[in-house]
Design a protein around this ligand. Structure first.
Ligand SMILES: Cc1ncc(COP(=O)(O)O)c(C=O)c1O
Length: 387
């Protein structure tokens, strides 16, 4: 009998991608759906970056590159980490991959043995747990939206091999402060564990400064970042990791036998993104901040409990008490708005709305949600369904 890999067969496809696809299908079938599931900026990639790619192609930069990425790009990453994060790395400690997602995958493949535990603060981004399982590890969830070190300490065992930290956070929008990062770094040190620090939303912060946990435990941290979110380059697939040379050497070897390297043309584009004019980053950040203010205000007016996110581009309101997150996401889809159920991120009490879409669409979406909730409240005969 033909049998599948038990490890791979248990992996669920990315729920955000699946929902996005369902919302698009409904739209194609003529339904008017406002899609707030997307995890990508709605802006186009800046022109200077596109030109760098066109130039690379015109010059025939279309061949294999070293597995770990071209040296100029790794040098540009080192400069970025020094300038933005006060972190000193050598190009040998950098591996460029096909997106931050791939960088996290390589990091996990490089450090996890079968049965190792990886602590994932919850709510969490959907891919962490699945990638830990693919690496043979066991995801251990610590319920702590604020990176409370006590909650993490409770989950540490002799098998703890790594802790994943994601700030700014998807889905909560939390940006962790120095105290939380320092305490978590101390816990990892005491446990002899690695830290995988996913900083892909670094540039999208609204008032609170981004800090890297590597400042407090560089010797055991693998910093993951990339160009997808800050430069509206999700489709170009360039991410990178910086970490101890021994780990990065293995990550590069793993990559050399899988993708080989990241796309040569996209690497040149990423170099322009990191070293070229940064003005567009601030334009996009400002726009996201305005949308965040609008969406959170409207959600709160409608009656949702919703913490103001400090970073990324998601709102994470609580769902009505009587409904699970999947049922509530289905209810909103029936009313023309696609969102992601919080259960996908480890919280059945929330849904995630992306505000990486135009203000017009957000205004319309909030009107539809308001109307839906008015109908819901009158059906439940409950004024204040949320409180
Ligand atoms: C927290 C987080 N990390 C990593 C990624 C993946 O980034 P990339 O597109 O560079 O692979 C995403 C994308 O949604 C994300 O939300």
């Amino acid at each position: 009998m033909l049998t599948m890999s038990a490890k791979a067969a248990n992996v669920r496809p990315s729920a955000t991608m699946a929902l996005n696809a369902r919302a698009r299908e409904l739209s194609r079938a003529g339904e008017e759906i406002i899609n707030l599931t997307a995890g990508e900026p709605d802006f186009d990639t800046p022109e200077n970056i596109k030109r760098a790619a066109a130039d690379a192609m015109a010059k025939g930069f279309t061949k294999y590159t070293p597995a770990e990425g071209i040296r100029e790009l790794r040098e540009a990453v080192c400069m970025k980490l020094l300038k933005d994060n006060s972190l000193e790395y050598a190009p040998e400690e950098i591996v460029v991959s096909c997106g931050a997602k791939h960088s996290i995958f390589n990091a996990l493949q490089s450090v996890i043995n079968d049965g190792d535990e990886v602590i994932i603060p919850s709510p969490y981004w959907v891919s962490y747990a699945e990638q830990v399982v693919l690496a043979g590890g066991i995801p251990v969830f610590a319920e702590t939206p604020c990176l409370d070190s006590e909650r993490i300490r409770e989950k540490i065992s002799a098998k703890t091999k790594a802790i994943i930290v994601n700030s700014p956070n998807n889905p909560t929008g939390a940006v962790y402060g120095v105290n939380e990062l320092k305490s978590t770094a101390g816990l990892a040190r005491d446990a002899g564990a690695f830290i995988i620090s996913d900083e892909i939303y670094e540039k999208l912060v609204y008032g609170k400064a981004h800090r890297s946990i590597a400042e407090f435990a560089k010797e055991r941290t693998i910093v993951v970042n990339g160009v997808s979110k800050a430069y509206a380059m999700t489709g170009w697939r360039i991410g990178y990791a910086a970490g101890p040379a021994g780990v990065m050497k293995i990550a590069s070897a793993v990559q050399s036998h899988t993708t080989g390297s990241a796309n040569s043309i996209a690497q040149k584009a990423a170099m322009e993104a990191l070293t070229g004019n940064q003005a567009t980053v601030e334009v996009m950040r400002k726009e996201f901040e305005g949308r965040r203010d609008f969406v959170v205000k409207r959600l709160q007016e409608i009656g949702f409990r919703c913490t103001k996110p400090e970073g990324a581009f998601y709102a994470f309101p609580e769902v009505p008490r009587a409904m699970a997150s999947t049922a509530f996401a289905g209810f909103l889809l029936d009313n023309g708005v696609a969102v992601v159920p919080g259960i996908e991120f480890g919280s059945d009490r929330h849904v995630r709305l992306s505000y990486a879409t135009s203000m017009d669409k957000l205004e319309k979406a909030m009107e539809l949600v308001e109307k839906a909730m008015e109908g819901y409240a009158s059906r439940c005969k409950s004024v204040g369904w949320q409180k």
